[in-house]
Design a protein around this ligand. Sequence first.
Ligand code: IVH
Length: 709
Amino acid sequence: MRTAPTPGQQIEALRDELRHHEHLYYVLDEPKITDAEYDKLMNRLKKLEAEHPALITPDSPTQRVGGKPREGFVKTPHSRPMLSLDNAYNEDELRAWGQRVRDALPASESVQFVCELKLDGLSVALHYGPGSHGSAQLVRGLTRGDGTIGEDVTTNVRTIRSVPLSVSAAKLKAAGLPQSFEVRGEVVLPQAAFVKMNEDRVAQGLAPAVNPRNAAAGTIRTLEPNIVAQRRLDYYAYFLLENGEMLLPAQSATLDALRAAGFRVNQHARTVANIENVIGFIQEAEPLRETLGYEIDGVVIKVDSTAQQRRLGFTGKAPRWAIAYKFPARAATTRLEDVLFQVGRTGKLTPVAALAPVFVGGTTVTRATLHNADEIERLGVRIGDLVEVERGGDVIPKITHVVEEKGSKTPRHKITFPAECPRCKTPLVREEGEVDWRCVNASCPARLEEELRHFASRGVMNIEGLGEVLVAQLLGHSIAEHEADDALGENGDAPTGAPTRKALVHSVADIYTLKKEDLLTLERIGEKSADSLLEQIERSKQQPLNRVILGLGIRHVGERTAQALADEFGSMDALIAASADDLTRINDVGPKVAEAIREYFDNKRNLDLVKRLRTEGLTFTAEKRVRGTKLEGLTFVLTGTLPNLTREAAKEKIESAGGKVSGSVSKKTSYVVAGEEAGSKLDKANSLGVPVLDEAALLRLLEHGAEVA
Ligand code: IVH
């Protein structure tokens, strides 16, 4: 007789299935089911766990996004130092290293080398400890820190989908691993995720990150796991330790075991028998750079045998048994022909270098950013100078320095920052303490162009068809003018050329009064595209309040903040009426953001815009959010004294959101909420890998729920 599976069995089966598909998707890049099917499985698991909260464990696929680490990150010593590597910059240096290795080992022994790509990210150690049913579960993630002491970034590391939260007993067996072990590897931010992150930052009026490595390092140290989860970091494993000692007899075996255990291991690794073959690998690896989708800055070569590694040992700060071959920087020398000035959505003026075309890192570069007036000063660069252009992980090439030239006859001109906006001629303003010059004319056409692009974009009002080209056309540009200008608009800023036709829109609200006959006068717009555009515009009137707020383009107000404002105030009028104090009471809103919001609504022109959007039929509806189920299925333990909430108040809040409060910490505890003088419960949470929240993080969780992002 067969009996129906218990809820516990159902839950375990679903988790196994989800883990299997996560592994296929995030580690092997070979999904076997659609996203929708995956979501369906995930929702079934969430529902079951909600019905049986006692069965929730920290290694469940539903538990990737936890809470906020308290006041920064806890410093924790490494099991053995995380060292850096010595570098080789050419083949001779590499051969010399190979010879030193050879000389240090008996001639009778053969030496094998493992060549791996040198991923340009940051190294992170993952500690696993005994989990249920003979599995291993992730208990801690540490950054390199100073090499001896790292920072505990467990909650953030848990959000990286290619990091297994647990390794089943079967996989441990297949890989030959004990239940406790340590993995070391590299956290990287794939280029696509980097580009997306920078788009978001620019949309919020923030400076873009310079390269994926900095972005990855900044992200892993973000105090807000929800943000980390959105960034789509990736993890490549390359070391396996037990109590600080290499677990397996060879590096090649380590990579195989890591793969068998379900970790993502870079597929471009090769074991070779001599340095000439290492050089062959390097020559094949370098052109890969342009195609990988993530940054590499060289090749790491390791002596394969663990026993030989041990005998070779370490110099002061680096192992003798490994070396990093660094690729030459992707840089070239060219002449600065001119400097153009572009105006962004917030009016910010960006100087852009126009360069004599030069081939760098796989593409021809004709533009480089000069960032701002201070940067021009720092470089001491003039028009006509020979400059070094570098393409790092950065999307936009940059000028690193002026190249000295003897006897050059090229005339030089000092770069003068314009005193007025190149498009509307309004005098530029530089606020105290800021490096950027801005055009403060709110109706500057260059700014309007950027505002329109932002307003219509997918993540905002989602008006399909109203892209860059059409925006330019609506402002009176021909397609040819747009394309000519677009070459300058590489970093997304509005071009500076003047239009040749009359503009059809003068404000974002004018989108809603566009008529079919107007649209038909535009190049490449026929009956069908005009109709579908008008339909899209009409549909966008129903966009929820948070999107409209985002669409206004208030400085520092990105997607999250817009959502928080919509949730908190529920209507546009309430938001307009909110004082700076009301605003800062929201978790996501600091004084700077509050000031920007107040400033925006204190401006009559902006209020008029909102009014017009309303008369044009935008509904500004706040999405109804169901209350009382946010924390369903989650169990909390409170410890210590919270700064504002009493124990009772915290308990009530959790319970009214559907969560449970329990008195003792176990593996089943979803979160421990810790305040001042938290005691043994906090220690227990840390040892079990239960995420710890402070009061602010709890409040955030109460607001947003614990959904996996
Ligand atoms: S082995 C003692 N392998 O490069 C051994 N490191 O310059 C050191 N890195 O801190 C690490 N890819 O962050 C190793 N396949 C790879 C690597 C790699 C990137 C980074 C790592 C390390 C730095 C050393």
